[in-house]
Design a binder for this molecule. Structure first.
Ligand code: MSP
Length: 668
């Protein structure tokens, strides 16, 4: 019987646009799914979007949209991006779909029938950003996960008897494969050992969620709703025979991939919900680290995100896939920079596998009329030829071991070790010199050298296919081998390349990138930021262009450094009056303002066009940071910054005064 393999990504919040942090989780899963298919497993790869909850409701409100409209738009962006990146998911679940909602209610009912859900009152602190109840926190306390100030809630809620599962969970964690890596497993064990309290699993103070069955005043807690996607998508709770069969076939999941900040939800709550429903446990949770940009976690709230599209436009999806899996030690945090990306691209892709393919195949074309030559017999083989065969055999097995342990970086290092060995072998054997000679011995040597190189290239290409699918598919066709997706990795061995295989048309797969690639990517990102296209979350949000979030909408991060009064006095805040306001062509979010600050009239470019029509600003008094260094945006100089509160979804609200204030007055 065919082995099945079920792999999931977390489902992405739709409160902001996708960035390379999300792409990282998804492409790691995609790579695993692709390898499993090549190993013959009947693979089901699931991803999707997490669309309910207070966070989404507020973000939609701030954007002036209904939550459904808002979710529809951002969810579509995720789907389109995955398509562009060649992600091979078999389904994409949205938590606002009917199939999901009905099945979540079914799961809730099941847990209630099994006696694990009861009604009670919750009084305590809630973090909206993480959609998390914070046990033991007092009003005004920060969330231990993100540092934002929690909100006090008092509600009649449904509770889940999490406390009943402490011992059973600890029993599960005895299996070292259940949570990887080890460090995450230890954290979870320590958390569960410290004691578990029952969890509130409904909310009644807002309505954007799935109604509790038979009690629609309450909506189901968004994490219960979201976690359930892993079973609802494959048919749990459905009455259709086909769906039931799919569920039976694919559940439990083989790999559930998660980021390190959502380990507790997945490794404590989720297994407890499953046990309460009498369902089997996933085999493995794998937690990866964060992608850092300029030393801090890339996130919508910090405004330091890198859009995937920029990299796809300049270097293509394979470059990003290879870079992230090769450069970041899986499980740990890793830094992203355009410099490092281009450097890796050139050294490993353009000069590495790309160059090996083009030089080997070009020489087969030139010296053997495009047909793979056969190596000569053992008598004329050199130890160098045999060493390549040995390295290739070892690479096949080591690559598999590392990869299946989620050590992508080491697996790729091994495969590229083979590429480097063949490069060296080619240089040492000088096939171009052999090609100039016509004697039989030289021809035989040339055939052996080119066969050996091509066979090693074939093996490296097959192994790398799950990671760089587009380029390897091209190399495969150039080698005249047909469809790479039909390769069976179980039987991949040295010596399968057939004599006389006719090469296809040869073209470079990874053209070299120069310095301008870095500049192009950097300026594309800058333009997006200037145009305010990169959205920010409310808390600690990055301001849209030239709007300073002096007042934060809901909270201040606890780790924010304190400044002295002297530091503050360096900032010259002044009252100004808007004299001219107009839109900036081709920049949806930007307005050009002329602001009189008493001593002069300043031109300021501000990313507020989506929140304010220009005509409504004329004559309005605003606060401006008057001593900010001038900055060029869209070719125009901006001389100052308007102060605004930055709300959910990045929508700014301008600071103003209740009493009349003279133009030019300083704020201190
Ligand atoms: N909606 C929840 C998950 C519910 S699953 C039942 C959620 N969504 S998220 O959009 O915030 O994050 C989804 C995934 O993207 C997580 O695995 C998270 O770690 C990953 N990443 C988001 N930003 C990231 C980085 N900067 N770096 C690496 N991964 C990051 O949590």
């Amino acid at each position: 019987m065919t082995r099945k393999f079920y792999i999931t990504t977390p489902i992405y919040y739709v409160n902001a646009r996708p960035h390379i942090g999300h792409a990282y989780t998804t492409l790691a899963c995609d790579t695993i799914a692709r390898r499993q298919r090549m190993l013959g497993a009947e693979t089901f790869f699931l991803t999707g979007t997490d669309e309910h909850g207070q966070k989404i409701e507020r973000a939609a409100q701030a954007a002036g949209k209904t939550p459904q409209q808002y979710a529809d738009e951002i969810s579509a962006e995720f789907r389109n991006l995955w398509k562009r990146m060649g992600i091979s998911n078999d389904d994409f679940i949205r938590t606002t779909e009917d199939r999901h909602k009905k099945r979540v209610q079914e799961l809730f009912r099941q847990l209630r029938d099994n006696g694990y859900i009861y009604k009670g009152t919750y009084t305590g602190q809630y973090c909206v950003s993480d959609e998390l109840y914070v046990d033991g926190a007092a009003p005004g306390d920060p969330c231990p996960t993100c540092g934002r100030i929690t909100e006090t809630v008092q509600e009649e809620n449904y509770f889940f008897k999490l406390s009943a599962f402490q011992d059973k969970l600890l029993e599960l964690y005895k299996n070292p494969e259940f949570i990887r890596p080890e460090a995450r497993r230890n954290e979870v064990i320590a958390f569960v050992r410290s004691g578990l309290r029952d969890q509130s699993i409904s909310r009644s103070t807002f309505s954007w969620g799935i109604p509790v069955p038979d009690d629609p005043k309450h909506v189901i807690y968004v994490w219960f709703d979201a976690l359930a996607n892993y079973i609802t998508a494959i048919g749990y709770g459905s009455k259709h025979a086909g769906a039931q069969e799919a569920f039976k076939k694919f559940w439990p999941a083989d790999v559930q991939m998660i980021g390190k900040e959502i380990v507790r939800f997945h490794c404590v709550y989720w297994p407890a919900f499953l046990m309460a429903a009498g369902l089997a446990m996933p085999k493995t949770f794998v937690a990866h680290g964060w992608l850092l940009f300029e030393e801090s976690k890339m996130s919508k709230s910090r405004g330091n995100i890198v859009r995937t599209e920029t990299i796809l436009d300049v270097l293509g999806a394979d470059a990003l896939r290879y870079f992230l899996l090769r450069e970041v030690v899986f499980g740990q945090d890793g830094s992203f920079s355009f410099d490092a990306l281009v450097q890796r691209y050139n050294s490993d892709l353009a000069n590495g596998i790309g160059n090996l393919a083009s030089r080997t195949l070009t020489m087969i074309n030139r010296y053997f009329k495009g047909e793979v030559p056969y190596p000569s017999g053992a008598a004329s083989r050199t130890p160098g030829d045999d060493a390549i065969a040995t390295t290739a055999r070892k690479t096949i097995s080591e690559f598999g071991t590392f990869f299946d342990q989620f050590q992508f970086s080491r697996a790729l290092e091994t495969a590229w070790g083979l590429v480097a060995a063949v490069d060296k072998y080619i240089v040492e054997n000088e096939p171009w010199a052999l090609g100039e000679k016509q004697d039989e011995e030289s021809r035989a040597r040339l055939a052996t050298v080119l066969y050996t190189s091509a066979e090693a290239l074939r093996i490296a290409t097959a192994l790398a296919h799950p990671v760089i699918p587009e380029a390897t598919a091209k190399i495969w066709t150039q080698m005249g081998l047909g469809d790479i997706q039909t390769v069976d990795l179980n039987t991949l061995t040295w010596g399968q390349l057939q004599l006389g295989t006719r090469l296809g048309e040869i073209a470079p797969v990874f053209p070299r990138a120069d310095k301008s690639a870095i500049e192009r990517m950097q300026s594309m990102e800058e333009q997006q930021r200037d145009a305010g296209v990169v959205e920010a979350k409310p808390e600690a949000a990055a301001p849209p262009a030239n709007v300073a979030p002096v007042v934060q909408a809901t909270a201040t991060p606890v780790e924010a450094a304190k400044i002295s009064i002297d530091d503050f006095s360096k900032i010259e805040l002044r009252v100004g009056i808007v004299k001219v306001a107009e839109r900036v062509p081709k920049a949806d979010k930007l307005l050009r303002l002329e602001i009189d600050i008493g001593t002069e009239v300043r031109q300021v470019l501000a990313g507020i066009a989506e929140a304010y029509a220009p005509e409504t600003l004329l004559g309005r008094k605003v606060v401006i940071v008057a001593n900010l260094a001038p900055r060029k945006l869209r070719g125009m100089e901006s001389n100052g910054m308007i102060v605004a509160a930055s709300l959910e979804g990045g929508k700014p609200v301008l600071a103003g005064f209740l009493e009349d204030v003279p133009v030019g007055a300083r704020l201190k």
